[in-house]
Design a protein. Structure first.
Length: 92
């Protein structure tokens, strides 16, 4: 039962993901795989997701009435996977 707080934290992240923050889906999916036996490294990732959410709570998508111009960017994550330390990528 020592993983109960971890399970609760993952549940809170899932609620945030489904309700308003779709951008954390990959990270939440990753940490949710280890609910039965989380390690300290998995806890660190959960904490970093909460820190990210706290730092971006005022951010939102706003659509104007004018012409929509798309911009692209790339964010490199060298150790996003705490188990294999492989790079992760994605696109919008």
């Amino acid at each position: 039962m020592k993983s109960v707080p971890y399970v609760s934290a993952c549940g809170s992240l899932m609620y945030a993901m489904v309700s308003t923050r779709r951008g954390i889906a990959y990270g939440v999916g990753g940490v949710s795989k280890f609910m039965a036996n989380p390690s300290k490294a998995h806890w660190e990732v959960v904490k970093s997701i909460f820190i990210y959410l706290k730092g971006t709570k005022g951010k939102c998508l706003c659509y104007g009435t004018g012409l929509l111009e798309l911009s692209r960017f790339c964010d490199l994550d060298m150790i996003g996977d705490v188990d294999t330390h492989k790079s992760t990528s994605g696109y919008v």
